[in-house]
Ligand binder design. Structure first.
Ligand SMILES: O=C[C@H](O)COP(=O)(O)O
Length: 332
């Protein structure tokens, strides 16, 4: 039986967002008064999964949408040309043809939002993605710890852009957050943004290394004021990576920044998002807090290495009624 999705989409598939965040003059007045109540945040997200769910054909449509917002990532010490080439093939064809056909989505030209790799693997991604519009994101600025000089950070960014990355994921100096050196942090991020040129910049806060939600919120503000196109939770290498609670804190800052400036900054939770169900929880949170405008690859991405495999498995279950073994959905 064909389970076509054409009439059941609840989220638009097109991207409309074109305006970049050019930043805003630094002033601590925007975030001085922030004081986040941790238990209120945790209570709000704890009820999310119980209160809201996405069913059947809506779920399949949302999962396809989620795929279009994945930064399909490999950031491993043993990355090779071969596994980056395979990753890119998966980014181009994220769901098996027979599953897409049964969903009536074979002509949707579905791809992931981007691929995300280390700098020295950009040429292989470029080769594999030639002729597509799939962006190459590179992690930069001394990823994952950020413990290099600012001069070296700028040089790294410029090299990645020159090599063909159109998105740069930078890591911030966490010590500046820990010591509340907000103006220094602003200046550092602003210089990184200038070095990115036309490449879009996602600023990784590494929230697992920031001790309070209040500091996460303040760092989110500084990153946006300095011109980040996206704010991103984690490198995937911290002991605590993306969580719904941290996401709530960060996306409310995005909402408030939009109210102040009229500019929409994107959001990227990353690290530890492996299951389709988790992805749906994030999408529900975004829809509830920011609205449908943010449910586009221009304003929302998952940073994930293995999420796609589980989503494909759930889609196969939707069309066949059976679960296949995880190894049938290799590479993400
Ligand atoms: O930015 C992306 C993360 O490094 C991916 O983390 P993950 O391997 O836990 O999915």
């Amino acid at each position: 039986m064909q389970k076509t999705l054409e009439k059941t989409h609840t989220i638009p598939m097109e991207n409309h967002h074109e305006v970049r965040n050019e930043g805003w003059p630094f002033n601590t007045k925007y975030f001085d008064a922030i004081n986040i109540n941790r238990s209120a945040v945790e209570k709000r997200v704890a009820t999310l999964a119980g209160r809201r769910s996405v069913k059947k054909e809506f779920q399949a449509a949302w999962l396809l949408k989620a795929i279009s917002m994945i930064d399909l990532t490999t950031l491993a010490g043993d990355d090779t040309r071969g596994n980056v080439m395979r990753l890119c093939e998966k980014a181009k064809n994220p769901v098996r043809e027979d599953i897409l056909q049964r969903l009536g989505m074979q002509d949707a030209k579905l791809t992931t939002g981007a691929v995300c790799v280390y700098h020295n693997l950009i040429p292989f991604a470029k080769e594999a993605l030639k002729g597509t519009n799939i962006p190459i994101a590179a992690v930069s600025t001394g990823f994952p710890a950020g413990k290099i000089s600012l001069e070296d950070k700028i040089t790294e960014i410029k090299k990645s852009v020159a090599a063909g990355a159109t998105e740069i994921d930078i890591v911030i100096s966490r010590d500046l957050v820990l010591e509340s050196k907000w103006k220094e942090l602003y200046d550092e991020i602003k210089l990184c943004r200038a070095a990115c040129g036309d490449a879009h910049m996602k600023t990784i806060l590494a929230t697992g290394e920031i001790p309070t939600y209040t500091k996460v919120a303040k760092a989110s503000w500084v990153a946006m004021l300095a011109g980040s196109d996206f704010i991103k939770t984690s490198t995937g290498k911290e002991s605590v990576n993306a969580t719904l609670a941290i996401s709530l804190v960060m996306i409310r800052c995005i909402r408030d920044y939009h109210e102040l400036t009229g500019v929409k900054v994107g959001y990227k939770p990353a690290g530890g998002i492996q299951k389709a169900k988790q992805a749906l929880d994030y999408l529900i949170l975004i829809k509830e807090e920011l609205g449908n405008d943010w449910l586009t690859p221009d304003l929302f991405r998952f940073g994930a290495s293995s999420l796609l495999g589980d989503i494909e498995r759930q889609l196969e279950h939707y069309v066949t009624g059976r679960y296949s073994a995880g190894f049938r959905h290799p590479m993400a």
